[in-house]
Design a protein around this ligand. Structure first.
Ligand code: SAM
Length: 333
């Protein structure tokens, strides 16, 4: 078998023959752009493995792929023949290769829609109407926006909006390995942080596997973790997302100290110690454990008693302990 034939066969069972991703990148001179966080996956076994991590995908499903780039993962998704595939890519240089892929996918039973734009501004409700189709969000995410995108999606999930109007939308996403580990970090793990708790309040995240940096072109300085994130049928709270985020931000701001230390900075210094003592008692949480030793439930109890206090003292919502007072000398000038 010639190399060319082998490559054509490698490019997908039911997709017609296409140049390999590596050849396409060369042909269209698609050098990676650093500020777009472009690191391409050329190895079909890896792109197939990412898509396999998403679980069952068939004609009843819609897939939204973030940042398809030259289309490696896109081909692996097409081989599963979802009912619809929505591609959102910021870099206009990839439009011709994605159009080519769409053309090649004509014999399949998949409707392919390509959008050029920023996923952070993409209106999912407008472009993916709620239907009987289940939605999968899949992407080898650009590092530069991966955490922000996850936080945005967790917020959407908490409000049952955007991609999460249906309760069974699942995400299969890549993150820098350290971030992937943090998202999934269990109780007591020293990698546990605000992102772990935020993720685990609304979802169950699974670190599926790690891809070594050398598998990407160009090679990033870090390895990459593939995380499947499944929304919980019953989220662990119905407190407002921002309130929970604010409380956790304070607790984890001083991660090496007792957890009461960071929590206390939610309140002005004059009353800080007293309120913190009362609220820890009300929440039935040991104030001397470190933030990473707090369970999700304990964090939520601390958020709940803060919410109760804030209802009675609304001014506390605006308190910002980092806002520095103007030094007296400045005022004298
Ligand atoms: N999926 C391809 C692969 O695995 O080889 C490319 C992955 S690369 C890590 C990230 C992709 O996301 C690039 O194609 C990049 O242009 C695109 N991208 C970067 N920022 C984006 C944004 N804000 N919205 C949508 N796509 C973006």
């Amino acid at each position: 078998m010639s190399n060319a034939t082998a490559r054509v066969l490698a490019s997908g069972a039911r997709l017609p023959p296409m140049p390999t991703i590596r050849d396409l990148v060369k042909l269209y001179k698609l050098q990676a752009i650093k500020h777009m966080s472009q690191n391409f996956l050329m190895d079909e076994r890896l792109t197939d493995k990412i898509v396999k991590s998403a679980g069952r995908i068939d004609a009843k499903d819609t897939v939204l792929e973030v940042g398809p780039g030259p289309g490696g993962i896109t081909r692996s998704i097409l081989r599963r023949e979802p009912g619809r595939l929505v591609l959102v890519e910021k870099d206009a240089r990839f439009m011709p290769t994605l159009e080519l892929l769409k053309e090649c996918a004509r014999p399949l039973h998949t409707e392919v829609d390509i959008f050029q734009g920023d996923i952070l501004r993409f209106d999912i409700e407008k472009h993916v109407p709620i239907s009987e189709h289940r939605l999968h969000l899949i992407g080898n995410l650009p590092f530069a926006i991966s955490t922000r995108l996850l936080i945005n999606w967790l917020k959407d999930l908490s409000l049952r909006r955007g991609a999460f109007r249906r309760p069974d939308t699942a995400m299969t996403l890549t993150f820098q390995k350290e971030v992937a580990v943090r998202i999934c970090a269990p109780l007591g793990d020293d990698q546990r942080c605000r992102l772990s708790i935020m993720s685990q309040i609304w979802t169950q995240p699974f670190l599926k596997f790690v891809i070594p940096g050398k598998a990407f072109v160009p090679k990033p300085d870090v390895d990459v973790g593939v995380v499947k994130i499944v929304p919980l049928k019953q989220p662990k709270t119905d407190l407002p997302f921002e309130l929970v985020e604010r409380v956790l931000r304070h607790i984890f701001n001083m991660r090496q100290k007792y957890c009461r230390r960071g929590y206390s900075t939610l309140f002005p210094p004059e009353e800080r110690e007293e309120i913190t003592d009362i609220l820890f008692e009300l929440a039935d949480v040991d104030p001397t454990v470190r933030p990473f030793e707090l369970s999700v439930d304990e964090c939520l109890r601390l958020a709940t008693v803060y919410a109760g206090y804030k209802d009675k003292h609304p001014e506390v919502a605006d308190y910002d302990y980092r806002a520095r007072k103007k030094p007296i000398d400045d005022c004298l000038v």
